[in-house]
Ligand binder design. Structure first.
Ligand code: UFG
Length: 322
């Protein structure tokens, strides 16, 4: 198939592009390189330097290119903390940007969309593991934008026959197990890249945000999902919505939880680095524990995490950072 991957030069987007190429698809990456990197591009995929706010450019690409069968939409701002300080940026990039993409898709007759959603749509967990029936009450503006987009998608599905897969990612982590992707995220806000930067000496020390949570070791537990597993989920989800002529909303998670201290210990073991850290205040809005139920993804798509054990996540990350 001919696939347009919007945001394909980013951390997750580059892994997704690699996976579509590996599965024999023809890929075009559309990215404004605001956080994506040229070094994340592949010679086998055409690259278009373009912005999702440029409706004319989107339309021209979608109408005049090879006749795309599907759009994979990963272009977004993604720092939950920042979204609470600068909601305008998140409204514009996430909501307005997606509306441009959807309207251009409608105007050019592209019917299939895979959308990067997030576990942030659920908010504070009311039960664990979190399945797709869990209430959606986002705690931050970022999660709100993802939920709004899911709602818009469901209307476009009803009114314009758009088929979509909304993939609710848990904590994306790790790097390509075959070592083909090496672009480092700039100014990361997530735990594992921060631990990696501390292991390399880019940072002097890192902070553990709270060690008085109601968990075994007092630090927060998250469901880390290897980015190659996330990537395979996109390919399988696209096949599914096309074959079944149906839209889906599914979690992509590993169904296991690791605490901040566990991640730190495994990284110290794998890297041999001391990784200085100190206990800091709790970060506002952090639930003690988040784990996914991925049984719907397994039931519908036969998808299961294969590379998401913490050792593989840390080894593949260290491969790039060291
Ligand atoms: N943490 C630290 N120190 C740091 C950074 C993080 O202790 O320097 C802790 C956090 O408090 C949290 C855990 O590490 O307990 C993971 O934090 P991240 O910032 O890496 O990830 P979040 O769980 O906050 O959020 C991530 C994505 C969201 C997504 C969510 C889904 O950033 O977009 O996973 O579970 F919605």
């Amino acid at each position: 198939m001919n696939i347009l991957i919007i945001g394909g030069a980013g951390y997750i987007g580059s892994h997704v592009t690699r996976e579509f190429l590996d599965n024999g698809h023809s890929c075009t990456v559309y990215d404004n390189l605001s956080s994506g990197l040229r070094e994340n591009l592949f010679s086998q995929a055409e690259f278009i330097h373009g912005d999702i706010h440029d409706y004319c450019s989107l339309l021209e690409v979608m109408k005049n290119k090879k006749g795309f069968d599907a759009i994979i939409h990963l272009a977004a701002s993604k720092a939950a903390g920042e979204s609470m300080l600068n909601p305008q940026k998140y409204s514009r990039n996430n909501i307005c940007g997606t509306i441009n993409i959807l309207n251009a898709a409608c105007e050019s007759g592209i019917k299939n969309i895979v959308f990067s959603s997030s576990a942030a749509v659920y908010g504070e967990p009311q039960y664990l593991p979190i399945d797709e029936k869990h209430p959606t009450v986002p705690e931050n503006f970022y999660g709100f934008t993802k939920l709004e987009i899911e709602r818009i998608l469901s209307w476009y599905c009803k009114l314009k026959n758009i088929r979509y897969a909304s993939l609710r990612y848990f904590n994306a982590a790790g790097y390509d197990v075959k070592g083909r992707i090496k672009g480092l995220e700039q100014n990361p806000a997530n735990l594992i890249p921060i631990i990696m930067e501390t292991a390399c000496g880019i940072r002097k020390e890192m902070k553990i945000f709270g060690d008085d949570y109601d968990t075994q070791d007092g630090s927060c537990i998250r469901d880390y999902i290897h980015v190659n597993d996330l990537a395979s989920g996109h390919v399988i989800a696209l096949d599914y919505i096309i074959k079944n002529n149906k839209s889906i909303v599914v979690n992509l998670g590993s169904e296991t939880g690791s605490s901040v201290k566990e991640v730190l210990d495994i990284t110290r073991n794998e890297t041999g680095k001391p990784i200085p850290c100190k206990i800091a205040e709790r970060r506002p809005g952090d639930p003690a524990k988040l784990t996914a139920s991925a049984s719907l993804a397994f039931e519908l798509l036969g998808w299961k995490a294969k590379h998401s054990d913490m050792k593989t996540i840390i080894k593949t990350s260290w491969n790039v950072y060291k």
